[in-house]
Design a protein around this ligand. Structure first.
Ligand code: PEP
Ligand code: MG
Length: 569
């Protein structure tokens, strides 16, 4: 049995599919019969095209054409006579083996594309590397499981899954996720929760004990993985799985209830989404708003920067589907653990402290303006609120607002209508912003506290690092004091204060957060019903009473224990 971090609730029983990141050395060697080698290369290309056509069709059918775009781009590369011709030429003239010729031409072409001024071309470099790898694997007889190609039910075992890997997951095939690295608030876990897939992360090196094809049990609540269980354990977990489904069904009665405490205090229970597809679960679970639309996932599902029109269609669709309920759309928050294959960024020593989110947008105003224009245009289709991520100082906020004003003026002069009263808010996820929240509050319409980052920056604990995950603590008194400061400062200025970090969906903490005075809690859609059960069974006055002594504790274990006893959680 392996014990790690339970990152998404639920129990799964299935066969392990180990996604290996095999790195193979490509050796330079010469061939005698270059014609035969070219034929071998051509066959591999043909096989790769067949694979891609199949994946493209499957992904289009199951996940929609947006997610299939990448495979079309790869097919296009394999049909490019110049690219394929240069490899064939290398085999014919230099008599190098197909693998070496492909690797050399692939790397050279990708490098040239990376240096080009034309953005579209720069963005093709990742496609060339990817498609070359596919053909190389065929030439070398290596079978590497690719997430989009999964045909049978399985539990995915991987070192790490990037958010773009997880975006390709077909929920009818993938039963659960297990990763070697990562913490509770890594974006992989956030997606797992939105897909309602059990997940255990941060398993560490012992993940190698899980072999491809092993029967495993994943308990996403306890963070347990049981490898090749005996019959009794298997039966116990089969029963637990049924119990879990039953208790989930019982929660459904909360889907249509109001989120009022026993003594009548209303709090907004909102959902965090990453795509239009997530709305199905949002509506099923009765969210009252969207508290965070992480737009970077829209960018990650593309092979090039999404155009203004593409973005407009997406935002419009979310707003319309929410039927007038508030929708907070966050501007691009790329960087940290979220990368865009087509937007090469310099390697950084500390990506979470680096060029990300609003910092990137204020530098790449072309990207920012495209998004803001799309948002403004979509604003007439519902109740849109725009939110800027990673604001660390007043200057950044003012610059972002200035660019937004410029976009409004531009649209006005073009005669395009938008919601003139749309609210603008910021995420409070950096301690410096929390500490000047009294000043920031005067210049925005709302705050949303991003505890995922606020915790990592306040406690200096990398949210992705499983080695120190024991220090990543929702209950840290320093973090709780900052949260309380932000809420009070927001309220003094008369603005709404919400929370969209993962902490907002933790039922053990909800009474405390209510007591602190939060107006809105935004979480994975799958957490809403449990949260509503907690809210509707809480007494607001009691929550306030309970929140006062918490601020004088110095130790998070004491706080945990105090809350446990006081709320009988
Ligand atoms: C946060 O930091 O709490 C947050 C909601 O943003 P993200 O998890 O996308 O960084
Ligand atoms: Mg954040």
């Amino acid at each position: 049995m392996l014990k790690a971090i339970g990152a998404s609730f639920g129990i799964a029983i299935g066969r392990a599919l180990v996604i290996s990141e095999e790195v193979v050395e490509i050796k330079e060697s010469k061939v005698v019969d270059s014609e035969r080698e070219i034929a071998r290369f051509n066959n591999a290309v043909e096989e790769a095209m067949m694979q891609l056509e199949k994946i493209n069709k499957d992904v289009k059918e199951k996940l929609g054409s947006e997610k299939a775009e990448i495979f079309e781009a790869h097919l296009f590369m394999l049909k490019d006579p110049e690219f394929i011709g240069s490899i064939q030429k290398k085999i014919a003239s230099d008599k190098f083996n197909a693998e070496y010729s492909l690797k050399t031409v692939g790397d050279e072409t990708a490098a040239i594309f990376e240096l080009m001024e034309n953005k579209y071309m720069t963005e093709r470099a990742a496609d060339i590397r990817d498609v070359s790898k596919r053909v190389l694997n065929i030439l070398m007889g290596i079978k590497i499981a690719s997430i989009a190609e999964i045909q049978e039910e399985c539990i995915l075992i991987a070192k790490d899954l990037t958010p773009s890997d997880t975006a390709q997951i077909d929920k009818t095939k993938v039963l659960a996720l297990v990763t070697e690295i990562g913490g509770k608030t890594a974006h992989t876990c956030i997606i797992a929760r939105s897909l309602e897939l059990p997940a255990v992360v941060g398993v560490g090196a012992s993940i190698s004990k899980i072999k491809d094809g092993d029967l495993i049990i994943v308990d996403g609540e306890e963070g347990l993985i049981i490898i090749n269980p005996d019959e009794k354990t298997l039966n116990d977990y089969k029963a637990k799985k049924i119990e879990f489904t039953e208790s989930k069904n019982q929660l459904l009665k909360y889907a249509t209830m109001k989120s009022n405490t026993l003594d009548g205090k209303a709090v907004e229970l909102a959902a965090n989404i990453g795509s239009v597809e997530d709305l199905e679960s949002v509506l099923k679970n009765g969210a009252e708003a969207i508290g965070l639309f992480r737009t970077e996932f829209l960018y990650m599902s593309k092979t090039a920067l999404p155009t203004e029109e593409e973005q407009f269609e997406t935002y419009k669709s979310v707003l319309e589907k929410m039927g007038g309920k508030p929708v907070i759309i966050r501007t691009l928050d790329i960087g940290g653990d979220k990368k865009l294959d087509y937007l090469p960024m310099k390697e950084e020593m500390n990506p979470f402290l680096g060029y990300r989110a609003i910092r990137l947008c204020l530098d790449r105003t072309d990207i920012f303006i495209t998004q803001l224009r799309a948002l403004l245009r979509a604003s007439t289709h519902g109740t849109l609120k725009i939110m800027f991520p990673m604001i660390s100082c007043l200057q950044e906020l003012r610059m972002a607002k200035k660019i937004l004003e410029q976009c409004k003026n531009e649209l006005k002069s073009e005669g395009v209508v938008f919601d003139e009263n749309l609210q603008v808010g910021i995420m409070i996820e950096i301690p410096s912003a929390a500490l000047i929240s009294d000043i920031l509050a005067k210049e925005v319409d709302f705050f949303s506290i991003g505890t995922n980052d606020l915790i990592q920056y306040t406690t200096a604990v990398d949210r992705m690092n499983e080695k120190i995950s024991y220090l990543y603590d929702f209950y840290h008194p320093g973090v709780l004091r900052l949260i309380k400061t932000v809420i009070d400062n927001g309220h003094k200025a008369g603005i709404m204060v919400g929370m969209c970090g993962e902490m907002a969906g933790d039922t053990k903490l909800i009474p405390l957060l209510l007591g602190f005075g939060l107006d809105e809690l935004s979480m994975s859609a799958s957490s809403i019903l449990r949260a509503r059960k907690t809210v509707t069974n809480s007494n607001y006055e009691d929550c306030v009473k309970l929140s006062v002594p918490v601020l004088s504790f110095g130790d998070s274990d004491e706080i945990k224990e105090f809350l446990k006893v006081s709320t009988k959680a």
